[in-house]
Design a protein around this ligand. Structure first.
Ligand code: NDP
Length: 425
């Protein structure tokens, strides 16, 4: 696409005009871009070169009983079955008394990286002796955080190599995720280190490895709640524990185990206006914290119960970033009836555990495809070009014939339309 001039300086109308002039889209496609642009001023505020709004579906998961409080959970996702699985896992856990969830204080680590350090040991000692001064400088750079009871709390110095040092500052971010606030604070401290110690600063940025912002959830499920068809709950519980064991031993399985957990977590993170890349990167790094990548949750059995637990960093925000400006985020916070970042963390970590239970339950019993199939077929027939009125009939044929592919969906659709014509419809 040939674009003339600086796209970012153009108005939305001018950007559309350029796209039309480039002839890379037909009129129907251009109209779709236009019609999807429902909040131009918000889009232009949030990102650069805005052209339209890309919509994701939002659904609600039910049956969440967490620390004796009932929740409904808005989830934003493009993947079929995630919402249903979430409600299914949560319902089983609710019958067992619900989730017990807790989250730590909300500290984030910011890093100032010093390079070309000639004597890392000496510089490290100097930096440590400056802790009080440097924390004060950090807090002065964003004073409102300290006024709220948060702010820079401690500092540590790590020697990364013979010439590299990381100054880590732990900052209590209160109700925000904190990235922007931390970065401002770090830059002020970095400037001081540069001037006072004549050191070269390579970069100053928060770390997404949020080891000081951890959320945990657990549950204990009596075997009888897990029985299915003619299989005993105890046998299913043992298979779930075995599946969990494999996720601790094998990175191939652990990655998929965690993907299932993140199906739920990301969906709520998105619905609540949070940065899912930050949560994803932190979660996967945490999964490898002991030197090998492992499942973030684990399940075990005793005489009568299947017990599950999950633990991961959840540096989400309840204010700040896009949270205050995307109107639906406020609606979702209201729907959930959460009042703080800690409470939201408790819900999100519980969703991860419910999602994991539902996935493992399906895997060790029916297999994952059975539950997924109806929704997957819906997506497939949509991709085949079926109208709403045609979808049910095609799905019925596909189920009857055991077909699960796009080519079959297209063939069946063509057959139905041909028959419709012959019938005079
Ligand atoms: P903001 O820059 O919006 O800062 C938080 C805002 O919330 C501040 O303006 C603060 O007000 C206000 N606030 C109101 N009440 C509270 C409270 N009780 N506790 C804390 N803050 C409060 O957002 P963040 O600093 O949280 O940064 C998050 C954004 O940064 C996300 O959008 C993320 O995508 C992005 N980001 C992420 C990076 C990463 O993950 N590596 C890197 C860079 C950006 P006041 O000013 O009065 O203190």
């Amino acid at each position: 696409m040939q674009i003339y001039g600086k796209f970012y300086q153009k108005s939305w109308d001018e950007r559309m005009k350029q796209i039309i002039q480039s002839e890379s889209l037909n009129t129907v496609q251009t109209q779709l871009l236009r019609d999807s642009a429902v909040n131009k001023s918000l889009g232009d505020t949030m990102i650069e070169n805005y052209i339209t709004d890309y919509h994701f579906p939002e659904g609600i998961a039910f049956h969440y009983l967490i620390n004796n409080k009932d929740y409904i959970v808005p989830m934003v996702t493009e993947e079929p079955s995630v919402v249903a699985a979430s409600s299914h896992g949560a319902a089983i856990i609710a019958k067992a008394g619900g989730f017990f969830a807790k989250s730590s204080e909300r500290m984030m680590i910011g890093q100032i990286i010093l390079e070309e350090v000639t004597d890392v040991k000496k510089t490290s000692e100097e930096l440590k002796s400056l802790e009080k001064v440097l924390l004060e400088i950090a807090n002065k750079a964003h004073p409102s955080l300290k006024k709220r009871g948060g702010g820079a709390k401690w500092l540590r110095v790590r020697i990364l190599d013979y010439d590299l040092i990381s100054v880590d500052i732990a900052i209590d971010v209160q109700e925000a995720m904190g990235a922007n606030m931390i970065n401002t604070m770090l830059e002020a401290v970095a400037l001081n280190i540069k001037n006072k110690l004549q050191q070269v600063i390579l970069m100053s940025i928060l770390s997404n490895y949020a080891t000081e912002c951890i959320a945990k959830a657990s549950c204990k499920i009596p075997f009888e709640l897990l029985s299915k068809d003619n299989v005993s709950g105890k046998s299913i519980a043992q298979k779930i524990a075995q599946a969990s064991r494999i996720a601790q031993l094998d990175v191939y399985r652990a990655t998929t185990h965690n993907k299932g957990i993140m199906n739920g977590i990301d969906a709520v993170v998105m619905a609540t206006g949070n940065d899912w890349r930050a949560i994803e990167s932190g979660a996967h790094a945490y999964a490898a914290r002991n030197g090998r990548y492992k499942g973030l949750s684990s399940w075990s059995v005793d005489d009568n119960y299947l017990s599950g637990e999950i633990e991961l960093p959840l540096p989400i925000g309840f204010v700040g970033g896009s949270i205050g400006i995307v109107p639906l985020v406020k609606v979702n916070q209201k729907l959930m009836n959460v009042e703080s970042a800690n409470e939201l963390e408790n819900v999100i970590v519980s969703v991860g555990l419910a999602q994991n239970l539902a996935a493992l339950l399906a895997l060790v019993t029916d297999g994952i495809q059975k539950g997924h199939m109806k929704l997957q077929l819906k997506s497939l027939v949509t991709a085949a070009g079926a109208k709403d009125t045609e979808k049910e009939e095609i799905i019925k044929y596909m189920l009857a014939e055991g077909k699960r592919d796009l080519a079959s969906a297209k063939t069946i659709l063509a057959g139905i339309r041909k028959r419709g014509k012959n019938d005079g419809h």
